[in-house]
Write a new protein. Structure first.
Length: 189
C-alpha cells in the first residue's frame, strides 16, 4: 500500500533548546501576573554562561574572551534565523560564521565506567555552542521557529502544533493578553 506524499504527516523535529536559549538571551520576559518586564542577561557573568551551556562537554573554564565569541555566535544565529527564507549573501555570511565556530569543536571518544563508549564535545565554549546549534538546526524544522505574536514580546519559540498555527510563545501570559487586547479593541472600536 503506497501512501500519498501529500497526506503523510510532517515530522515536527526535535526542539532546539540551545538555539532558543541563545536567541532569547537578553530579551525581556513578563511572567503571568507580573507588572514589570524582567531582563536576564545570559552573558552577565561567567558562572551564568557556564551553567547554561557547558552541560556534558569537555571545555575548560569559561573566560571573558568566551563571552565575546558567544555574542558573535548569537549574532550569527539571529541573522541565520531572520534570513532563513531569503538565502541571500547576508544569510550565507552569517551561516559561514556559525559554521566557522562549529568547526572548532571536536568530538572526543571516552570510555565510561560501565564499559560503554561515549562521544563528548570538546573545544572552546563558543565552538561547543555553535556546534550544538548547527546540530539542532539540522534536526528541527526551522520554519517552526517563530517570534511571539504579541507585539511587546520578542521571544522566539518552536511551534510544536501539527498545523504550525501557534502564535504565542506561551498561552500564559501572551495568548491571554493578546486575546484580551483584541476583545477590548472590538468593544471600544
Amino acid at each position: 500500500m503506497s501512501r500519498d506524499p501529500q497526506k503523510v504527516p510532517q515530522s515536527i523535529g526535535s526542539i532546539p533548546t540551545t538555539v532558543l536559549a541563545l536567541v532569547n538571551a537578553g530579551k525581556g520576559r513578563r511572567p503571568s501576573r507580573q507588572v514589570e518586564t524582567t531582563f536576564s542577561d545570559l552573558f552577565a557573568d561567567l558562572e551564568t554562561v557556564a551553567n547554561q551551556f557547558r552541560q556534558g562537554s569537555r571545555s575548560g573554564p569559561v573566560r571573558e574572551s568566551d563571552l565575546e565569541s558567544l555574542r558573535e555566535v548569537q549574532t550569527a544565529l539571529l541573522s541565520v534565523l531572520a534570513l532563513w527564507e531569503r538565502r541571500d549573501h547576508q544569510f550565507r555570511a552569517a551561516l559561514e560564521t556559525l559554521n566557522r565556530f562549529a568547526a572548532r569543536c571536536h568530538w572526543t571518544r571516552v570510555l565510561k565506567e560501565e564499559g560503554t563508549l561515549a562521544e563528548e564535545p570538546a573545544g572552546s565554549l563558543a565552538a561547543l555552542v555553535a556546534a550544538r546549534c548547527v546540530i539542532e538546526l539540522s534536526q528541527c524544522d526551522p520554519a517552526r521557529l517563530k517570534t511571539c505574536g504579541r507585539p511587546p514580546c520578542e521571544l522566539v519559540f518552536y511551534d510544536t502544533t501539527r498545523n504550525r498555527s501557534a502564535k504565542w510563545h506561551a498561552e500564559d501570559p501572551c495568548g491571554w493578553r493578546a486575546r484580551a487586547a483584541r476583545a477590548h479593541s472590538n468593544k471600544t472600536g
